[in-house]
Design a protein around this ligand. Structure first.
Ligand SMILES: [Zn+2]
Length: 305
């Protein structure tokens, strides 16, 4: 089961409390489906729950008997369910029920079907059930509606943009002859899922997002520390070797006072940072000052044979 189909399952378990919302959900599901005209009203879905819910809502809200059939798609072996309304008189009744006329060239959302604020989430839920998908949170944070007509896609984007004052900013793209209305980003997708009523899916998404961010932060910290410790350690090792060599050749006593002091401090404190060493000097020195002195020691050691 994909995250998308889990989300649809969750939405199909919701019981719309009001008749107006049940009707709005049915309208969203069929309007945004594969066809919505006198010659064909049909909805294709991979979810049995969605198919049966749509057929039931068509019967309850518009009094039409839809047929549900299923077929196994040869490629990929998935089952697809088709919900269709047989008979032109039934289809016309269905369209008129949602105030659509028979000769419409340009399918638009008729907002008079969303009379109350409660009907907007219900309509969008229907639309998501029939043409929506949401990416699994471990792969990304995308939610899309794949819409067959451009104007319908733009109407949907406008409605989503206004939805519940949650500040979604959907975009529309053309992909292989379909119009994709999409949201990107964990917070936006989670907000919309909550708005549609999929609170479990929304929580699962936010949790996955938090875990991923925590893991990224930990990794960044680890990389940072490894890189820095590595650098500090190898620089310190070079300095220790240089001090050892000077001691073995000319002796530390041959060094000028300022170099001798830092050489001894470094020798005794191989793990300290340059700044910490600088603070320990009889007259404290900046990090770069310490670095400069240690650099002179390394150069001096390189001149000893
Ligand atoms: Zn309502």
């Amino acid at each position: 089961m994909s995250f998308s189909s889990d989300t649809k399952q969750e939405l199909c378990r919701l019981e719309p409390e009001r008749d107006c919302c049940r009707r709005a959900e049915c309208y969203g599901a069929f309007l945004l489906a594969n066809s919505f005209s006198p010659s064909s009203v049909s909805l294709l879905t991979e979810s049995a729950a969605v198919a049966h819910r749509a057929a039931q809502e068509a019967a309850e809200t518009a009094g039409v008997m839809a047929e549900v059939s299923s077929a196994v798609v040869r490629k990929g072996g998935r089952t697809t369910f088709a919900v269709s309304i047989p008979g032109e008189d039934q289809r016309l009744r269905f369209l008129h029920h949602f105030s659509h006329r028979s000769g419409e060239v340009n399918l638009r959302i008729h907002e008079e079907n969303l009379a109350h604020p409660c009907c907007v989430p219900a309509f969008l839920r229907g639309a998501f059930l029939s043409c929506g998908t949401v990416t699994a949170p471990e792969k990304g944070y995308d939610l899309e509606f794949s819409v067959p007509f451009m104007n319908l896609a733009h109407d949907l984007a406008l409605l989503l943009g206004r939805a519940g004052g949650i500040g979604l900013q959907p975009a529309v793209a053309n992909r292989k002859g379909r119009f994709i209305v999409y949201l990107r980003g964990g917070e936006k997708v989670a907000d919309l899922l909550t708005f549609l009523g999929a609170t479990h899916a929304s929580m699962a998404l936010m949790q996955a997002k938090m875990l991923k961010e925590m893991r990224n932060n930990l990794n960044r910290l680890n990389n940072f520390e490894t890189a820095n410790i590595g650098k500090t350690a190898s620089a310190a090792a070079r300095q220790l070797l240089a001090i050892e060599k000077i001691q073995a050749t000319i002796g530390l006593g041959a060094l000028p006072e300022d170099l001798r002091e830092i050489a001894l401090l470094r020798w005794e404190n191989p793990e300290l940072s340059l700044r910490e060493l600088g603070d320990m000097l009889s007259s404290p020195l900046s990090r770069s000052g310490v670095n400069h002195r240690l650099q002179r020691i390394v150069e001096l050691s390189e001149r000893q044979s």
